[in-house]
Design a binder for this molecule. Structure first.
Ligand SMILES: Nc1ncnc2c1ncn2[C@@H]1O[C@H](COP(=O)(O)OP(=O)(O)OP(=O)(O)O)[C@@H](O)[C@H]1O
Length: 270
């Protein structure tokens, strides 16, 4: 369980990225933070692994204030996937995946063995293991990023626009694979995106944020679609893509359009 209690972040220079944020994310859930650029999503994510320290309030994991934990250990115990992949360009794919386990004391041989297993798990051919990141496609690099984040078998995964830089088709594939991987692994995932469709496709709970990380609405994808809290949320939801129509279900007395995976993708206009 991850808990933010009245968290505030003011950067040197005076930008208040997060005004006053409280949220509890239950273990094994996928919480998606969605909002436009600059609303404070990345700042929230980085306060979980102490890459950013709050100016006020507390962030805790399973009831323990992260400030009382060793920052390096904490960071290594939490998987982190970035948009740009964040891979080390001069290390092979296998070495990239094995970096943290080796730092944690696993033998190189064992870490490599584990890395190959992880590559398979995220849908990559192990023949790619000895290539360098620059020799992979963007989608493949993102899969390596996910494998690397999983390497230390963390309970928590932080994902910052991990599929933001790939084309829509690869993005759909990566989202689908992430869902099946999550069904198997049951991590606690905090996922940041500015794409409402992606939020609805992946989140157990979605948080629509406005500037200062103010929560405009939180709820399941179906709840938000059925009853957008205000104009801001409605316009965000309305900005979703048209790739959304398949079947119709009645939820809360409203007609919700769901996709092939039964994920809500739109509300039927009356
Ligand atoms: N290190 C920093 N120093 C000063 N200001 C910062 C720093 N990092 C972020 N900010 C500011 O804090 C605000 C929130 O930034 P943050 O990166 O958390 O937003 P975001 O919602 O993740 O945006 P994006 O989707 O563009 O990544 C922005 O106004 C940003 O300019």
């Amino acid at each position: 369980m991850i808990e933010f209690a009245s968290v505030r972040k003011e950067y040197p220079g005076g930008t208040v990225a997060v005004e006053d944020f409280s949220l509890t994310i239950p273990s094994h859930a996928v919480a998606v933070l969605v909002g436009s650029s600059g609303c404070g999503k990345t700042t929230l994510l980085r306060m979980i692994n102490r890459m950013v320290e709050p100016s006020g309030g507390t962030v805790s994991i399973d009831g323990v204030d992260v400030r009382s934990m060793d920052a390096v250990k904490l960071r290594r115990s939490i998987g982190y996937v970035l948009q740009a992949g964040g891979l080390l360009p001069h290390r092979t794919i296998a070495d990239n995946v094995a970096t943290v386990p080796v730092l944690e004391g696993r033998s190189r041989r064992q870490a490599r063995q584990d890395a190959l297993g992880l590559l398979e798990r995220v849908g990559l051919d192990t023949a790619l293991a000895d290539r360098y990141p620059g020799q992979l496609s963007g989608g493949q690099q993102q899969r390596v990023g996910v494998a690397r984040a999983l390497a230390a078998d963390p309970n928590i995964l932080l994902m910052d626009e991990p599929f933001g830089a790939v084309d829509p088709i690869v993005r759909d594939q990566l989202q689908a694979e992430m869902r099946s991987l999550q069904a198997e692994l049951g991590k606690t995932i905090v996922f940041v995106t500015h794409d409402i469709d992606e939020a609805f496709a992946l989140g157990d709970e979605v948080l629509v944020l406005r500037k200062g990380a103010e929560i405009a609405q939180r709820g399941t994808p179906a709840e938000i679609l059925a009853n957008p809290a205000d104009e801001f949320v409605a316009s965000f939801v309305g900005a979703g893509s048209a790739r959304r129509t398949l079947r119709i279900r009645e939820i809360d007395g409203r007609s919700i359009v769901v996709d092939g995976d039964d994920r809500p993708t739109g509300v039927l206009a009356r």
